[in-house]
Design a protein around this ligand. Sequence first.
Ligand code: AHR
Length: 342
Amino acid sequence: MKERPYMKRNTLKITLGSLGIAAMLALAGCGDSGSSPKTAEGEPKPSTEGGAKKDYTVGFSQIGAESGWRSAETKSVQDEAEKRGVHLKFSDAQGKQPNQIQALRSFITQKVDVIFLAPVVETGWDPVLREAKRAGIPVILLDRGVKVSDDSLWTTELTSDFVEEGRRAGEWLGKKMGGKGNVVELVGTVGSSPANDRHTGFMKAMEAFPGIKITHSQTGDFTLVKGKEVMEAFLKSDQNIQAVYAHNDEMGLGAIQAIAEAGKVPGKDILVVSVDAEKQGLEAVRDGKINCAVECNPLLGPGAFDAAEAILAGKKVEKRIISKEEIFDSTNVAAALPNRKY
Ligand code: AHR
């Protein structure tokens, strides 16, 4: 097996501050990987900017486009590749793990230099990640985590603290409800790390509010359409719902529609708390339809390429690089909205 520079172990710290600055720079870019500079042979043109290694190829296996959040993450990665002149091979898995595994195998066959993987679910990655490791290709996890027998199968993870997001949502809602009432939960994709962790964090917060019951909990697969369908079913079967906890804004927005169509006022008759704080979610907070949105940052492109270049230069990167995030409600949403980029 050929020795690659990233196999050597030095130390590099990527700060959250640098991630934030890079994220802002990424937003100034546009277009996608297809328009990266190419040689006459169609090969990516090495960039001379900055002195860092630019003539490398990244294979990015994305989950799909189930939410505005997901599309913002894709754009962040594509824009950053464009900006740096890195060749990006992009694969949309349409929400299916077998498609992601197939994409990874194709990236390995094509001998990409680095793989970015946003894994749809946590488990089932051991064999293909072992194949990547055997081929000497480092894997960078984007936003979601994996559960594998050996954590050396992936190099670093750029993510959010999903447990903390759930805990913040629960704490905010528990206080708002005065510690009593019935909550329904719209769960994300079954088996995904944000669905598992946001549930765990929320339940942890609920320990302080024994008077609150989670009366229904069902997946809406992180989409508006399914979130709406599930909320409609909850409302048909139960007249005694005081609040909804949606694992993302899309499902929260679907729940709002279902609540309104059932003749109730979202945000008043039934409280709504969601995660992501994407622009549409914040607009709903401004309009009083979502009461609280917990932030989850999708702008991971700049940090991902910083990590890729550090790894390719033989430097060690932190195992988990966690975004700094906030929480929005009626008290601070007006200030946040004009700057919202996703
Ligand atoms: O993995 C992050 C989650 O995935 C986001 O909260 C959600 O909107 C997306 O689909």
